[in-house]
Design a binder for this molecule. Structure first.
Ligand code: ASP
Length: 446
């Protein structure tokens, strides 16, 4: 690793640690007057951090997403060349996404069943959930609409996105899935046209290299960006929530996520590549730290591609095939989180779930995670689909059985941001592992 890369990585880590400390400090109003800081200065600090983190750092990353998706997909697909191989690699990629998401869900279900965090929640807190949902950043109507839309609605929407009526509008609006689908189609046709379209491949390769340079440049701002974003996130919630009754739920989600990230995914990587998975994790650390701070797999995508191809030994071909689609479809962390959260809510409402409901949760949580976009809180919203499906499954067995209201989400909405940081990191790590596996597979079959 070059010296300046090491320096930036060290600084990002420093930004992360300082962000947690300063965020916690800003969260606790009791500290500020004691240090002579007034309320308006406090608010100003948050506004400045928001500007540096969201507007500048995330803005710059977001700016690069669409051109990077287009070029990396075109480079990836056209370099495979042969359609049979492309089909095989694509098939393995989809299988990888689904198997790892299901593995994550099963891990989550085991943790939440064993730890029973819902038992810690008192009756009066459950009764408050309705008010809490109205105070959250997402209106209760959005949740209700999503719940009635159900999985069919989510998949209809995904297909709609995959067939954009106007690709220029999709590009302008930054619809990642539309751009991925169009780029895949375009790349396949470029391969068919052959020599005459070669110029488009060369153009994409050149643009891809230039965009990588742009990402490296933007990464110089990552230490400040990561620091600012984390300060704001932690200031809103505060780390003391871990000591409250909701803390047990958070610890359950986090333990499940850690198990998936440090045991399941490394094991899969080791079995198929015989390489040290933790070394690869270390090489991906800049992307993982960016995911942790931004709460967005999509915004992190430029850094994920940069780390994977420049440091992690992932071929641009595998990166183009796995990472862009993975950033919106493959969400191990979100799938695990949705399963744990739903079981937790039923536990808090004292409703026993049978094996049938657990199976329903496993399947719907996986699919709802596929349907979640790579943006902050997306998983929280698609989670209501899982709640709705579980309620329906209870009613199908016994029409008089108790169910939980959608407003139950009020119980967890306030602490979602912290869990979003960790699940997004696991989402990005899952994508990275997939791209390493596909690199190995394409080398083995060459
Ligand atoms: N924020 C997550 C991501 O971008 C999605 C989620 O909310 O679970 O990967």
């Amino acid at each position: 690793m070059k010296n300046h890369t090491r320096l930036i990585t060290g600084l990002i880590l420093l930004g992360l640690v300082l962000g947690l400390i300063v965020g916690q400090y800003l969260h606790d109003p009791a500290w500020t007057p004691a240090l002579g800081i007034h309320a308006h200065q406090h608010a100003n600090a948050l506004a400045v951090f928001n500007f540096l983190g969201e507007t500048i750092f995330m803005g710059l990353l977001t700016m690069l997403i669409i051109p990077l998706i287009a070029t990396s997909v075109i480079v990836g697909i056209t370099s495979v060349g042969d359609f049979r191989r492309l089909g095989q690699l694509g098939g393995w990629t989809i299988i990888y996404y689904l198997v790892t998401m299901l593995a994550a869900v099963v891990t989550g279900l085991i943790f939440v069943t064993a730890m029973r965090p819902g038992a810690k929640i008192a009756e009066h807190q459950v009764a408050q959930s309705k008010e809490l949902i109205s105070e959250g950043p997402i209106s209760p109507e959005v949740f209700t609409a999503k719940a009635t839309e159900g999985l069919t609605g989510v998949f209809e929407h995904l297909v709609e996105l995959m067939i954009p009526n106007n690709i220029f509008q999709a590009l302008a609006e930054g619809n990642t899935l539309s751009v991925i689908a169009f780029s895949i189609f375009l790349a396949v046709m470029i391969t068919l046209v052959g020599n005459k379209a070669r110029i488009l491949v060369e153009l994409s390769e050149a643009l891809f290299d230039v965009l990588m340079r742009m990402v490296e440049f933007v990464l110089w701002l990552a230490p400040i960006g990561v620091f600012s974003l984390l300060s704001v996130s932690v200031a809103k919630i505060g780390l003391n929530v871990f000591t409250e009754s909701i803390g047990m739920y958070m610890i359950t989600v986090i333990l499940g996520l850690l198990f998936h990230a440090f045991i399941t995914l490394p094991l899969i990587l080791f079995i198929f590549t015989r390489q040290n998975p933790y070394r690869f994790l270390y090489k991906m650390r800049r992307a993982l730290m960016t995911a942790f701070a931004t709460d967005s797999s999509s915004a992190t995508l430029p850094v994920t591609i940069e780390c994977a191809t420049q440091q992690g030994g992932v071929s641009p071909r595998a990166a183009g095939l796995v990472l862009p689609l993975g950033s919106t479809v493959n969400m191990d962390g979100t799938a695990l989180y949705e399963a744990v959260a739903v079981v937790f809510l039923f536990q808090a409402f004292h409703i026993e779930l049978g094996f049938a409901q657990i199976v329903v949760i496993a399947i719907t949580a996986t699919l709802a995670a596929v349907g979640a976009a790579g943006i902050p809180s997306a998983g929280l919203v698609t989670m209501v689909i899982v709640v709705h499906a579980t309620n329906n499954s209870l009613l199908a067995l016994d029409p008089s059985s108790a169910t939980i209201p959608i407003t139950a989400i009020g119980l967890i909405i306030g602490v979602d941001r912290i869990l979003d940081m960790i699940r997004t990191t696991v989402n990005v790590w899952g994508d990275a592992v997939g791209s390493k596996l596909i690199t190995k597979l394409e080398i083995a079959r060459r």
